[in-house]
Design a binder for this molecule. Structure first.
Ligand SMILES: Cc1ncc(COP(=O)(O)O)c(C=O)c1O
Length: 348
């Protein structure tokens, strides 16, 4: 290889200069997109035109135009008119940490290839568990996305069910995952990656609201067993990708408990929304309660506590409680008599 080229590619000074230019370009782009959004979210072009442009540019274009051309030919997530596709507008500071990460390129395969991130992952998981309100025994690790998170969780489910060391001996049982027909396709893919095959994934139909039809669970389960399969897991969506609908996690949880099968909840987009109940969607009264990832758990816990307090107030009140002093940090509207005047939407 040309030695000069190699030297230039690793030149700290070139990096500094190009880096400053790129940061300026991106800062201007953010300013224009966020604060003066007269431009379009996307300059859409048919695939063949894009290909034609890049085929010509990569062979004949000026390298100094590259970043600008990429910007002009990308969808702008920071634009106020950008409406989803689920991918969120990145907080600019994370772009800077991505740069750091890109230059360090620590592979994380072994400890010394990722000392700082390994420790940081542990801290992040601990803090997340604390924020959500999980017990001190909780643990976890970060994955690169929902697909890998689901596969990892379902591998754990299989480990529990398999009865032998699948890593060494392969699948010895005919295992099945039950899931809503509306669930994200990566659950289907996980089943196939685990070698369960097409028959290893049983899709439960949905009701008119696109939530898993819990009333057909028993019938479907019996058929699976009669066909000689064993259910290793059932997956609920919280929410599902296309419609944002929550499955009836309570009913699915009870079913899983009764049958002794692993209950996995796919809530790829809810980690952030769970937020330990601190997240808000405005207008809060109308929609927030139904968009909170831990709604189900909050409801259960709140209803139980409310019932206990309510019973005490209605009967002997030997705790001497003043209802005006009772408040729930994360509250939902509930029916218990003395608590009907609860004020919601105060934020956590
Ligand atoms: C509910 C749900 N599960 C899993 C995934 C897959 O996540 P990823 O694209 O990060 O692998 C998605 C992505 O849209 C999703 O909405």
């Amino acid at each position: 290889m040309d030695k000069q080229l190699l030297k230039a590619a690793y030149s700290p000074e070139d990096f500094r200069q190009n880096g400053h230019q790129l940061i300026d370009l991106l800062a201007d782009h953010l300013d224009k997109t966020i604060n003066k959004p007269s431009s379009k979210v996307i300059n859409w072009e048919i695939p063949s035109e894009q290909y034609k442009f890049w085929n010509n540019f990569l062979l004949n274009g000026k390298s100094s135009d590259l970043n600008n051309e990429i910007l002009n030919r990308s969808i702008h997530l920071h634009h106020p008119h950008y409406m989803g596709h689920q991918i969120s507008p990145v907080a600019p500071v994370t772009g800077l940490t991505s740069l750091l990460n890109a230059i360090l390129n620590n592979g994380m395969g072994i400890y010394e290839m990722g000392m700082a991130p390994t420790a940081m992952e542990r801290v992040v998981v601990e803090q997340l568990c604390k924020e959500i309100g999980y017990s001190k025994k909780s643990d976890g690790f970060l994955t690169s996305g929902g697909t890998l998170a689901n596969l990892t969780a379902l591998l754990s489910a299989r480990n529990k069910r398999a009865g032998n060391d699948v890593w060494e001996k392969g699948n010895s049982k005919k295992l099945v995952i039950m899931v809503s027909a509306e669930a994200h396709y990566c659950i289907d893919r996980a089943a196939r990656i685990m070698g369960l095959g097409k028959k290893g994934i049983v899709k439960i139909p949905v009701n008119e609201n696109f939530a898993l039809k819990t009333e057909v669970l028993e019938k479907t389960y019996i058929k699976i067993i009669n066909d000689g399969y064993e259910v290793m897991a059932i997956v609920g969506s919280a929410p599902s990708t296309a419609t944002g609908i929550y499955d009836d996690l309570d009913a699915i949880g009870d079913f899983a408990l009764e049958k002794g099968i692993w209950f996995h909840i796919d809530a790829a987009h809810e980690g952030g929304a769970a937020g330990g109940g601190f997240s808000q969607v405005v207008p809060m009264e109308d929609i927030n309660l139904h968009f909170t990832g831990d709604f189900n758990a909050v409801e259960k816990a709140n209803n139980l506590l409310a019932a206990l307090v309510d019973n005490n107030l209605q009967s002997t009140d030997n705790l001497n409680l003043d209802p005006r002093t009772i408040f729930w940090k994360r509250v939902i509207d509930m029916n218990d008599r003395a608590l009907r005047n609860i004020t919601i939407g105060l934020g956590g």
